[in-house]
Every structure is written in C-alpha cells, then in structure tokens.
Design a protein. Structure first.
Length: 106
C-alpha cells in the first residue's frame, strides 16, 4: 500500500462585494492545479449559509507536492489576485487521507 494522500483544507472568508471575483479567480487556479501531477484532487466549495465563506479541499500525492504547487505561476497569480478580496486571513488544516486508499484516487 502506498502512503496516504496529504489533504489540505483552506478556509477562506471574502468581502461580500468580492464573492464572484474570488470564485472566478479560484476556479482558474483550481483548473490549472488539477493538471499538476502531484495533485489528486482540488475542489472549491461555498458555504450555503454564508456565501462569503469558502473552503478549498486539496489532495496531494505527497507533502512535497504542496511545495511544488506553491511554486507554480498559477498559484502565485491567484494568491496575489485574491489577497485584497479576503475579509480575514486564510486558515489551513492538514490531514492524512484514510479512505479511499491512495490507489483509488487514480
């Protein structure tokens, strides 16, 4: 069995007038991120009760793949673009995937 995927949840709160701009910029970043060989999954979800809150769910094939991701041009462009849209600093939590096994992630 291979090692578990390294999963990152990034909690983000944006300014109310920046919701659509944030979504658009983040979808571009997510689309490009999903092309990276070290990324198994990269999802964006919006809170149903508070539309200013989002979560990124990122599943990496290794912890080192997170560093490779942060070195990409699309990540840097996203980071610079969305920084002024944030209502508060982003928070990040990391996990080891338990199920499904890393072999089932394709």
């Amino acid at each position: 069995m291979s090692s578990p995927l390294f999963v990152v949840h990034v909690q983000i709160k944006v300014l109310p007038d920046q919701i659509e701009a944030f979504r658009a910029a983040t979808i571009v970043n997510a689309t490009e991120s999903r092309k990276e060989p070290g990324i198994a999954r990269f999802d964006l979800a919006q809170d149903r009760a508070d539309k200013t809150r989002f979560v990124l769910v990122e599943a990496y094939r290794s912890e080192q793949a997170t560093l490779a991701h942060k070195a990409t041009a699309h990540y840097e462009a996203w980071r610079v673009a969305v920084e002024p849209m944030l209502a508060e600093p982003r928070t990040r939590r990391t996990f080891d995937a338990c199920y499904p096994s890393s072999e089932d992630w394709g």
